[in-house]
Design a protein around this ligand. Structure first.
Ligand code: NDP
Length: 251
């Protein structure tokens, strides 16, 4: 990026969770390019990543104390860390549900609880949801957790709005990362069939929106949710009907 391009996050301290790989790593890089002082975190310490298990109240308390000491304020939080578990309705066990919800829902809740007190007006939180949060995606523990995260985002936007803190949600569709690589090939193929743009997405198609939602360019946007999914959730499940008639040349 040219130095003439104004850096949109200059001077902002931003925490990203699950930043060792995948979307989190790309978000941390993009935010850094925009001038943010990024604190990249992940469940294990890694290259450029501080250790933070999002399910641990103690880890969040330690991070908040450290950031207060070092910077006094935090201006952004990306609740990106997430896990999936592809058991179906008949097979999923309560402990699976608890484990997935601990990372995907309790994690963001703890992050907001610990970091919002350090946030001045103009700060922003971005929660990474999923197209599963808008649909009946079959992995029930994952889908219920992402629907719950939507609720958390809305409540947080309501509670934190009066303090000038914005909370928005990004819903990725199928993005090529290690998470999706762990599914059977049929999962990728079916996603491509259901996606009007006819392909999967890449991490750098998520990052521009995350940068925008953390920047002052989105200063009047809060409580909203934006799918970045190639149109997957926009057609409401009718793509296969349209496609079936097209292949028969019918209307
Ligand atoms: P990845 O699995 O590639 O990366 C997730 C990162 O989160 C990993 O580094 C993982 O660490 C880390 N993590 C797992 N558990 C914890 C924890 N307890 N505390 C801190 N970090 C943790 O996933 P993606 O990059 O694909 O996903 C990022 C987000 O986007 C997730 O919230 C996911 O649900 C969401 N999403 C992804 C989609 C996709 O198609 N890829 C689609 C829709 C939503 P480790 O490797 O050690 O487990």
């Amino acid at each position: 990026m040219s130095d003439l391009h104004p850096k949109r996050l200059l001077g902002k301290v931003v925490v990203v969770t699950g930043a060792a790989r995948g979307q989190g790593a790309a978000e941390a890089e993009a935010l850094t390019r925009e001038g943010a002082r990024v604190i990249a975190t992940d469940v294990e310490a890694a290259d450029g990543c501080r250790r933070l298990d999002v399910t641990s109240d103690k880890d969040w308390a330690a991070l908040a104390a450290e950031l207060k000491e070092a910077y006094g304020q935090v201006h952004g939080l990306v609740n990106n860390a997430g896990i999936t578990w592809r058991a179906r309705l008949g097979d999923v066990r309560p402990e699976d549900l608890d484990r997935v919800h601990a990372v995907n829902v309790t994690g963001p809740l703890l992050g907001i609880q610990h970091l919002a007190p350090l946030m001045p007006p103009g700060s922003a939180i971005v929660n990474i949801g999923s197209s599963a949060a808008l649909t009946a995606h079959y992995p029930v523990a994952y889908t219920t957790s992402k629907w719950a995260l939507r609720g958390l985002s809305k409540t947080a936007a309501l509670e934190l709005g009066p303090r000038g803190i914005r909370v928005n949600t990004v819903h990725p569709g199928y993005i090529d990362t290690e998470m999706t690589a762990s599914a059977a090939p049929a999962f990728r193929e079916a996603n491509i069939r259901e996606t009007p743009l006819g392909r999967t997405g890449i991490v750098d198609e998520i990052t521009p929106l995350v940068v925008f939602l953390l920047s002052d360019d989105s200063s009047f946007i809060t409580g909203t949710e934006i799918p970045v999914d190639g149109g997957l959730t926009a057609h409401g499940g009718v793509k296969s009907i349209s496609d079936a008639l097209l292949t028969e040349g019918g209307r």
